[in-house]
Design a protein around this ligand. Structure first.
Ligand code: ARG
Length: 395
């Protein structure tokens, strides 16, 4: 039986793919897979119900722990960022694709189907992993191939008994996982349209946030967060807790112009409370334990890591190489960072580590350990070549 494995979110696009696979592409068996990366439980339930109503063989894969350990934690170590976006959707796509590959191998799939359009980044991220891990399977992207308008899509759905009630009045296009939430579409596509309060679900408005500072101590071991206010927590629980704490203080709202891989500029809104908070803390700890040269060099490595992660090149050899460097440095990124959350901002209030490259005795105004008089000679050679250059100009 010709079998297709559909990466299924339960939304309109991927639901419409189900009858299309049968009628237009001739698959007798449609297998749907929904990957749980920490999106609302309701969405996962709805996806399973719709899949049942549409008569597919459905799988739900709980990938939350793997997502936290193998995708989010490496992103923390690399201070994962692309143009101010903490890569929330970007790092989940390879894992989603990987799980679809696993299911395809299990059920004997002949092809994959996904609902990505031809305008975005997700098509690259999803297909890269499929091509890398299951090169013999075909990949079908009906949304990209058919170029349907939203009206045509809804007509098609109605004609094929695809439930549309939940999708039809949705103005915003949303993608969620525990590391962040992206909101696109509607008037948000206008770069100068002020984001309305209704697009936010995880963060309160900074204006409405408590008028009281909330303190949070994040403990790190080898570059990854392991405890909150002294309490050791497993990765998923810790990330979810930070998301809640930061969210109730209005921390993590992001509005950026983003250069997509294709070169298209798009206006993007995100809520990434956990990502913004944990990366702020992680950077503060690195600043305490790394040398000046390490910090400078790592900022370049991090930036390249962010570009590769944005492109979904999860198995790129350069990414592995960069991670070898990043992981080496993280051996010393152990300690505690104290944060203050207040009305939309997160600031560092203190940091400590047994690997601190800081000596109060050397730096203090009150100490004589540092022999200041020895500096006279050192200062004399400072900017020597620049001074010679000035001299030439004077002539
Ligand atoms: N611009 C972000 C990214 O490329 C968010 C994409 C959201 N994807 C989606 N299918 N709604 O990672």
């Amino acid at each position: 039986m010709k079998t297709v494995v559909l990466v299924y979110s339960g939304g309109l696009d991927t639901s419409v793919c189900i009858p299309m696979m049968r009628e237009d592409y001739g698959f007798e068996r449609v297998v749907t897979v929904t990957i749980d990366v920490g999106q609302p439980e309701e969405d996962i339930k709805v996806a399973a119900e719709k899949a049942k109503a549409l008569g597919t063989e459905h799988y739900t894969v709980d990938a939350k722990d793997e997502f936290a350990r193998e995708y989010i934690f490496p992103a923390v170590k690399a201070n994962g960022d692309y143009q101010g976006y903490p890569l929330s959707t970007a790092i989940a796509r390879p894992l989603i694709s990987l799980k679809a590959v696993d299911v395809a191998k299990k059920v004997g799939g002949d092809a994959f189907c996904h609902g990505c359009t031809g305008k975005g980044n997700d098509q690259f991220r999803i297909e890269f992993v499929m091509m890398a891990l299951a090169p013999d399977l075909a990949i079908i992207a009906p949304m990209r191939e058919k170029n349907l308008t939203r009206i045509e899509e809804i007509e098609y759905a109605k004609a094929h008994n695809v439930p549309i009630a939940q999708s039809i009045d949705k103005i915003w296009s949303v993608d969620e996982n525990m590391w962040g939430r992206s909101i696109e579409g509607g008037r948000l596509e206008e770069p100068d349209y002020f984001p309305p309060e209704e697009i936010y679900e995880w963060t309160v408005s900074p204006r409405e946030a408590p008028d009281k500072v909330e303190e949070l101590a994040v403990g790190f071991e080898n570059g990854v967060p392991v405890s909150l206010n002294g309490q050791i927590m497993p990765p998923v629980e810790l990330i979810m807790k930070v998301k809640e704490i930061a969210g109730r203080n209005g921390v993590g709202r992001i509005d950026v112009m983003e250069d997509r891989m294709l070169g298209l500029k798009v206006r993007e809104n995100y809520e990434c409370p956990a990502a913004v908070t944990l990366i702020t803390a992680h950077k503060a700890l690195e600043a305490l334990v790394c040398t000046k040269d390490e910090l400078f060099f790592k900022s370049m490595v991090d930036r390249k890591w962010g570009e590769l992660a944005y492109a979904g090149l999860w198995f790129d050899p350069l990414k592995e190489d960069l991670e070898a460097f990043i992981n080496k440095i993280q051996e010393r990124v152990t300690g505690v960072v104290h944060l203050r959350l207040y009305k939309g901002s997160v600031t560092v209030a203190g940091r400590s580590s047994k690997f601190a490259l800081y000596s109060e005795d050397l730096a203090s105004f009150d100490s004589k350990t540092f022999v200041q008089s020895e500096m006279t000679g050192a200062v004399k050679v400072h900017g020597l070549q620049a001074r010679m250059y000035r001299g030439l100009k004077r002539k």
